[in-house]
Design a protein around this ligand. Sequence first.
Ligand code: GTP
Ligand code: MG
Length: 419
Amino acid sequence: MNQTVLVHLMIGSREKIDAIESMAELEDLARAAGAQIVRKVFQTRSSPDARTFIGEGKVDEIKTILNETGADLILFDQDLKPSQQRSLEQALDARVIDRTQLILDIFARRARSNEGKMQVELAQLNYLLPRLTGKGKTLSRLGGGIGTRGPGETKLESDRRRIEARIARIRHDVKAVAKRRAGQRRSRKESLVPLAALVGYTSVGKTTLFNRLAGESAFTSPQLFATLDPLVRRTSLPDGLPYFLSDTVGFVKRLPPALLASFKATLEEVLEADLILHVVDLSAPNAEAQAKSVEKILAEIGAGGIPSVRVNNKIDRLPDRRALLARNETAEGGVYLSAATGDGLPALKNRIRSLLFQGLRLFYIRVPHNQEDIWASLRKRSLILKRREGADYREARIMADPSQIIDLSAYIVAGEPTW
Ligand SMILES: Nc1nc2c(ncn2[C@@H]2O[C@H](COP(=O)(O)OP(=O)(O)OP(=O)(O)O)[C@@H](O)[C@H]2O)c(=O)[nH]1
Ligand SMILES: [Mg+2]
């Protein structure tokens, strides 16, 4: 276990509260990677020092801390330039890593599927490439511990060209996966079945809720970033209305750009969604700050315009559970629930129903067998819930926007059918 010192540089007159929140998150991330935090160091400067980022004086102060505590890892809350990282390692004679490297490291530990592994490796290689020149301690001193879960020493030792070739190869493979995903998305779209995406800060309970709604048993864990690969399942509401539900990778404040690029295919599921279910862990002390950072990232990836509902989870951990559940009675605002106990789940399903199927109505349709073209056009304009073959007719229960099927009114059967 690494004894770790955390460092944050406040630049100019940036708000202190931001720095404290950011450090709290860094602490969670570091713990998730198995670090033991021995000290948190803040520094204020009008601009970062070109060579040491935090300035000579602060470097000396950290050196003293290292001597006192025996810490062997210094973790910077901001991203360092490769040259800064090298100078700091030389001056401190200890490993120095930054926020991006830490997150990449956690992702490397979590990746299970091929796709996840590919994306993480790509992000790592892209991050490491500019750091290869000169081979500082970062690359040469690969012991155990945080920041060492790189793509493997042999690869790191090989020259730039081989790494670039590897990047090209993975990009190619990732493209193939993206293509397959695009194909799946297209057929999903053609089916007219809408898509809801579970989105949120890491560990808020997205996968737990996904399992509840889709009847799945995808992996959940109290560790951060348990989910890296997007999962999409077809499921349905209690009255049979079908929809697709996707589970996605968790966010943190300032998700590294190297990751956003590599996980673009994953995030595309979110961009395609008809509804975003923004899951928030209401029992987290900084729930509001977490929600804000998620909204910021959603806006950055271009998902700001998608209808969204806030799903306040983990109310079983709060004392005023009942009062929160009662808020579900009003149609406005977010939904309050516990994915763990299932309390409040019906309210969420109602909300999904009204947001995804707004404007659609249920119809019963009867089309003679010799009118295949009518059937084909119906498929393009409505959601077919159930169908039945009769001797002369094909019948179906459909959901459609009434204005879309006006020309087919002759085929609409009044009343409830008996099947
Ligand atoms: N008490 C309580 N715990 C919950 C609830 N929902 C989820 N959890 C727990 O919170 C932890 C994280 O849940 P996940 O479903 O893995 O969270 P996630 O948002 O998918 O997390 P990542 O995929 O890691 O980003 C797990 O230990 C869950 O058991 C809830 O409603 N109440
Ligand atoms: Mg998950």
